[in-house]
Design a protein around this ligand. Structure first.
Ligand code: NAD
Length: 352
């Protein structure tokens, strides 16, 4: 399939290839849908093996941002930016050049930090354009979105417990968390405060052990995560971890975590989980706390308000499950349908 055909099939409005010979910038900005508002999504830096690998990543990530914001009720569209390169090459020249490309889009895309970019890079972008978020609190930003993401994911877990056991209360429930970084640690704290028993795993075992000591939890080796005998598995590290290799290992009746793109393939793995009676909470539904936090910078509501908005993720997730049950489809498909319905309704309003 050629690129334009693929863009048409996935529904993107615009894909921009950016180059700056002075700084060596090579980037792709994908604007998926701006029906609800300007497209917003992070800018990640990765040494992609090829332009096509970068393109596939940015197309999939930007579309997921559309669904995430639509489902969270935000007036935002979906977009994303990838820079082909190594983090060690991040420079003011490179991010200023990116800022000029973003400025040229006139507000159709707002960038933010993501993998291998921080508030430092966003400050460089801001020297050339106002269409940037994720700034340091001292520069008028909302800072690290991790705590809001963790808090929202906690409410996603509550929704899963409610749907499966008839009570949202985590007290006495067993939850295994993969990745005790910014979001995983925050989620662990909320669950421990609510009386859940935790099993923690991380590729960095020292980190897993020290987190386990903090919460009186059990630390397990990375591979033992999948077969943990718990009520909830919460992947909070990397994407693609629930796939045909790992699904047969699962004992938990619920998978609900903050990592982006948890399923190797939404359709294939979503159907497989449903067939095994394992409830999967779509990650772009439960991890929306991050975009809710970043949107606060655009709309000028503070972190406190973002936390309150993140609590609504519990009801949104329950709505997704109700829709999935009534239509007999996996929750991922239901979540996309709800998001698309909101976008279509606003599009129809514009035609009147
Ligand atoms: P982080 O880098 O702070 O933490 C990730 C943790 O996972 C680290 O402790 C790392 O050692 C561990 N890890 C990495 N690979 C692993 C593996 N294969 N097995 C086990 N552990 C592994 O990242 P974060 O900000 O906590 O984000 C975690 C996930 O949530 C990512 O997928 C991210 O895209 C997603 N997410 C984050 C936010 C946010 O606001 N930070 C928002 C939405 C989604």
């Amino acid at each position: 399939m050629d690129t334009l055909q693929q863009i048409e099939e996935m529904g993107h409005e615009q894909v921009v290839f950016c180059h700056d010979p002075t700084s060596g910038l090579k980037a792709i900005i994908a604007i998926h849908d701006t029906t609800l508002g300007p497209s917003l999504g992070g800018c990640r830096v990765r040494p992609y093996a090829s332009t096509d690998e970068a393109l596939q990543d940015v197309l999939r990530l930007s579309r997921a941002m559309t669904w995430k914001s639509a489902l969270a009720g935000l007036d935002l569209g979906g977009g994303k930016c990838v820079i082909i390169g190594d983090r060690s090459d991040n420079s003011e020249a490179r991010f200023r050049a990116l800022g000029r490309h973003i400025q040229g889009l006139g507000g159709r895309y707002i960038t933010a930090e993501d993998m291998n970019t921080t508030t430092v890079e966003m400050e460089w972008v801001r020297k050339e354009t106002a269409f940037v978020s994720g700034l340091h609190p001292l520069d008028g930003g909302t800072g690290d979105p991790g705590p809001v993401t963790a808090y929202g994911t906690y409410f996603g877990v509550r929704a899963c417990l409610q749907h499966t056991f008839g009570s949202a209360d985590p007290k006495g429930r067993r939850v295994a968390i993969q990745g005790v970084g910014s979001v995983g640690m925050g989620l662990a704290r909320h669950l421990a405060d609510a009386g859940a028993e935790l099993v923690l795993s991380d590729i960095n075992m020292d980190r897993a052990r020290s987190a386990a000591a903090e919460f009186g939890a059990k630390a397990v080796e990375p591979d033992a995560f999948y077969s943990a005998d718990v009520d909830v598995l919460a992947p909070c590290a990397i994407g693609g971890v629930i796939n045909p290799k790992t699904i047969p290992l699962l004992k938990a009746p619920i998978v609900c975590g903050a990592a982006n793109n948890i399923l190797g393939d939404d359709e294939r793995d979503g159907l497989d989980l449903m067939g095994r009676n394992i409830l999967f909470a779509p990650d772009f539904c439960v991890n929306a706390g991050g975009i809710i936090s970043v949107f606060g910078e655009v709309r000028r509501y503070g972190q406190q308000s973002a936390m309150v908005r993140a609590e609504r993720i519990e009801q949104t997730t329950l709505d997704v499950f109700a829709h999935a049950t009534s239509d007999g489809v996996p929750p991922v498909r239901a979540a996309i349908a709800i998001a698309q319905h909101r976008i279509d309704s606003v599009r129809a309003l514009r035609r009147i």
